[in-house]
Ligand binder design. Structure first.
Ligand SMILES: C[S@@+](CC[C@H](N)C(=O)[O-])C[C@H]1O[C@@H](n2cnc3c(N)ncnc32)[C@H](O)[C@@H]1O
Length: 249
């Protein structure tokens, strides 16, 4: 950290405009991140101030914290698909934050189908073991959360439909539907594989399937399932820097 720059920024943050305080905080955090071999987002990216998106986020219970950049990507993806026919779905909804983002982005009353055990993650397979012990292994039962809480969180969206059970047990109830956007966020290999193989053939042309866990060292099984399914479907996964991966129809 350059001492003179630090002192100059620090002095301005105390005496200057409000943005100078923000600049100073960013400078300090950025230097710290570099020292830790990490990266934080550029402070000039406009998405962080997108008022429509921020209003959507404010309407959701803050006790369910979600990565803002991933929600923004999902929000934008959903908005870009609003012209398409077809319904929407989420596999692995927990408290419903991503489902809220999807339904808010569509701003219409097309059915949104939610599949979740509401008992947390299923049993991992050997594909779900992180490559190194430096990465925490997710366990069966993590993220358990009652269906009633999710129903309450999504009360402003009466077109949300709930299917409690282990994936893929209840998929046949929507076998005759078509979808324009499907979000898959179940962390492990088997339910990710089953979700992609069931939903991708039911996407309308131009539709998208997004996996929230694709680029995370904690979820190697989700990446493997997406890559294998994409290959068998003659597609490639688009890996975005937020950690999400998507397959377009
Ligand atoms: C990381 S959370 C999802 C977060 C959520 N998308 C959000 O917006 O907050 C994973 C969810 O997947 C569900 N889940 C995991 N494996 C499952 C399976 N095999 N069948 C059904 N639900 C499953 C869990 O119950 C949990 O709610």
């Amino acid at each position: 950290m350059q001492l003179r720059k630090l002192l100059r920024y620090g002095y301005r943050s105390l005496t200057g405009e409000p943005h100078e305080k923000r600049d100073f905080s960013f400078y300090v955090m950025n230097q710290l991140a570099k020292w830790l071999d990490m990266r934080i987002y550029n402070k000039h990216t406009n998405w962080q101030d997108d008022s429509d998106f921020l209003a959507v986020m404010r309407r959701f219970d803050p006790r369910y914290p979600r990565a803002k950049e991933r929600q923004f990507f999902l929000y934008n993806l959903a908005r870009s698909l609003r012209h398409l026919p077809g319904e929407t779905a989420e596999c692995g909804a927990l408290g419903g934050a991503s489902s809220h983002v999807i339904m808010s982005a569509f701003e219409d009353d097309r059915p949104h189908h939610i599949f979740d055990s509401f008992s947390g993650l299923s049993e991992p397979t050997e594909h779900d073991k992180p490559a190194t012990t430096a990465v925490r292994a997710l366990q069966a039962g993590e993220f358990a959360s009652p269906l009633e809480a999710t129903r309450r969180n999504l009360a402003e969206h009466p077109h949300a439909l709930f299917y409690q059970g282990w994936i893929p047990e209840r998929f046949d109830e929507v076998a005759d539907k078509q979808f324009c956007l499907v979000s898959v966020d179940v962390d492990f290999y088997e339910p990710t594989r089953d979700s992609v193989l069931f939903f991708f053939p039911r996407l309308v042309a131009g539709g998208a399937l997004v996996c929230d866990d694709y680029g995370f060292s904690t979820c190697p099984g989700a990446k493997k399932a997406m890559d294998e399914a994409a290959e068998s479907l003659g597609r490639r996964v688009i890996h975005v820097p937020t950690g999400q991966g998507l397959i377009l129809k």
